[in-house]
Design a protein around this ligand. Sequence first.
Ligand code: PLP
Length: 393
Amino acid sequence: MMMPNMNYADLKDSYLFFNISKKVNTYLEKNPDKHIYRLGIGDVSLPLCDTVIEALHGAVDDQSDKSRFHGYMPEIGADFIKERIVDYYAGRGVKLSADEAFVSSGASDELSDILDLFDRSNTALIMEPAYPAYVDANIMAGRKIIHLASGVHNGFLPMPDPSIEADLIYLCSPNNPTGAVYTKEGLKKWVDYANKRGAVILFDAAYEAFIEDETLPHSIFEIEGARTCAIEICSLSKTAGFTGTRLGYTVIPNTLERNGMNLNSMWVRNRTTKTNGVSYILQRGGAAVFTPEGREQIMENINVYKNNARVLMKPLDEKNVWYCGGHNAPYIWLKCPGNMGSWEFFDMLLNEVQIVGTPGEGFGACGEGFFRFSTFGDPADTAEAARRLLTVL
Ligand code: PLP
């Protein structure tokens, strides 16, 4: 008999978004005339910017013309986008070579595919609260997981503990769901810990474009020593509205080696075996994000979300509610007032002011008692939600 991967039996069902939509639907059945203010979504609401759309259209036309048509693309990405990625990093003082940047179909794909590089016997350390895919991808692979809890005491930015024996370390900064961002000093401690242990950091930088405090690092490669211990996984999903279009990139330094194996070369081998690359059309669209016009236009969209964040932080400030995020991230993570539980606060917001957010408990046990607001929603709805919030805090 074929044996399935029995690690799947260890996955816990995620009831988070299922329960949210069930509660909202039940509420709407009883109150069909009510409008719901959705601050729960982690998806963007603004369309792709004009420069990207023009590039996508141009690339579709290329595919209709024999002299400009593209068949298979290089598995690890076309030079025309990899060079732009290298320039983007150079603008921040990070020197990469084009063969260190890999074009991907998005961060989710990479975060799980990259696990092919690591032995099953490795232990994964996951900072929590966390994006749920880190835990599930390692359960599927049968890897031991250490959950590194964080809280108000450390601003939801846990630091390495030398007594923890981890081989793979998941860091996400700016973080989903907490919006907390590591300083350069904080990241340096992780880099030193990883280099000392021979561990590898998987650094999820999906939200780097939201950082406005320029003293904070956008990339782990701004930290000395990271080139020998880190892989950075990036996405155009939230940066440029590519959630439904799909494009990302991953940086693996060619100086990253373990046990005589070069991880950059291993990833080239992996990609050339397991993919035939990302579509030419999408890579043209992605390359447009890195042009001066593209940067300007995506920042206009990001500023709409940032304004939503300012609008939502105002009632929290006025009512002295503890929160982090919001300034350098598209998420606000707050402590539920009156020591309410995450779901208790969810029910109260839904029933009293028709606001839907995300209970923190869904991102790891230490998220209980906390709540996430997303700032990706409609500005008019967000403004009304902020006004309503003030009446119940
Ligand atoms: N990493 C984090 C922290 C995320 O929040 C998300 C999406 O919400 C992703 C990765 C996935 O990004 P992508 O759309 O590129 O797969």
